[in-house]
Design a protein around this ligand. Structure first.
Ligand code: PLP
Length: 350
């Protein structure tokens, strides 16, 4: 049995980046105040305000599911609903955490090409809500980078926000891969967040090279009242918060977060071009650190037999290969070489 290779299964199979690991060790020298009342957490919150060039409210929770669920609970009453894309992590991969934390809010998935919200679809979904008898639409949630690896441009986000505001709705951004979007767009973080109308951002660090810790950033401070209580009750007030804050600071210092994201994006780009030369069918534009391929079942099995782990993302035959800050040339050539071999075996078997 070949050892399983995790390099392309997800960007959270990667380790901590060296800067984060060093910061963790450094934070381990001596005692510090608990529950976020320490220097490093304070510096992190200031650093995030600097980065977004606005006086926002910043909170740190353990993971992305909690960040999304707590943020949406903050915006919604139990009788509200959240419009999202049908691929959205909040709807497919969070075990109902949003429904649970909101105490009854409903997620309404909508279609849209390339993983992006399509306002015509949203409009149609809204038209299907019967006043008083359906949940009251309250939030549009978009994912940046999308679950299909594509990236919303600032004007696309602004258009969604204008649509939302007109209907008295808030805009939430699941930014588990926010760094990869900024690396792709090369814009200031404010351009695709508060300036484009986003009220709250869940800013992911884990897939960028941390062990844990996601930020919930409220640009609209009217939305953040008592969020600290909500997080505590939900089990997300970290007592040794400095150990999440220190590696986060290390990411933001010297733009390590962007360096990591660029490396991951470039790896996906190279991988995609290698796969194309093996005649692979790539189904979404490669704009970040993911490559989506259409593979037939026997071919996917051949790759798995060679030890590679990767997920089927969309039924029946679309698979995802994910790159991380740590993806190496050697990993890529090993995969491409197995891909080439599996291809010739698969066609020989036909
Ligand atoms: C990874 C991911 C999250 C966070 O997942 P956790 O496992 O809860 O940290 C949220 N949204 C998207 C789009 C993701 O890919």
């Amino acid at each position: 049995m070949t050892a399983r290779r995790q390099e392309f299964a997800s960007d959270n199979t990667a380790g901590l980046c060296l800067e984060a690991a060093a910061a963790l060790a450094e934070a381990n020298a001596g005692a510090a105040a608990s529950y976020g009342d320490d220097d490093r957490t304070r510096r992190l919150c200031d650093r995030v305000r600097e980065l977004f060039e606005i006086d926002c409210d910043v909170f740190l929770v353990f993971n992305g599911t909690a960040a999304n669920a707590l943020a949406l609970a903050q915006l919604c009453q139990p009788f509200h609903s959240v419009i999202c894309h049908e691929y959205a992590h909040i709807d497919n991969d969070e075990c109902g955490a949003c429904e649970f934390y909101t105490g009854g809010s409903k997620l309404i998935p909508t279609g849209g090409a390339k993983g992006k919200i399509d306002l015509r679809e949203v409009e149609a979904a809204l038209a299907r809500q019967h006043e008083l008898h359906s949940h009251k639409p309250r939030v549009i949630s978009l994912t940046q980078v999308t679950e299909a690896g594509t990236v919303y441009a600032a004007d696309e986000i602004r258009e969604i926000s204008v649509f939302a505001k007109k209907r008295g709705m808030f805009l939430h951004m699941d930014g588990a891969r926010f760094a990869n979007a900024i690396a792709k767009l090369r814009c200031a973080p404010k351009e695709i967040t508060w300036r484009a109308g986003v009220e709250v951002l869940c800013f992911g660090g884990t897939k960028n090279g941390l062990a844990a810790g996601e930020l919930v950033v409220f640009f609209n401070k009217e939305c953040s009242a008592d969020f600290d209580y909500r997080a505590k009750q939900g089990g997300h007030l970290v007592s040794k918060m400095r150990f999440l804050a220190a590696p986060w600071l290390a990411l933001l210092d010297n733009d390590v977060w962007l360096k990591n994201a660029r490396q991951a994006n470039e790896a996906a780009f190279k991988l995609a071009s290698g796969l194309r030369s093996c005649d692979a069918e790539i189904v979404f534009p490669v704009e970040s650190n993911a490559v989506f391929l259409r593979l037939d079942l026997t071919f996917a099995q051949k790759l798995r037999e060679r030890g590679w782990d990767f997920y089927k993302f969309i039924e029946p035959n679309i698979y995802r290969l994910m790159c991380a800050w740590s993806t190496s040339e050697a990993d890529m050539s090993a995969l491409l070489s197995d891909f080439g071999e599996a291809r010739s075996c698969a066609s020989a078997a036909r």
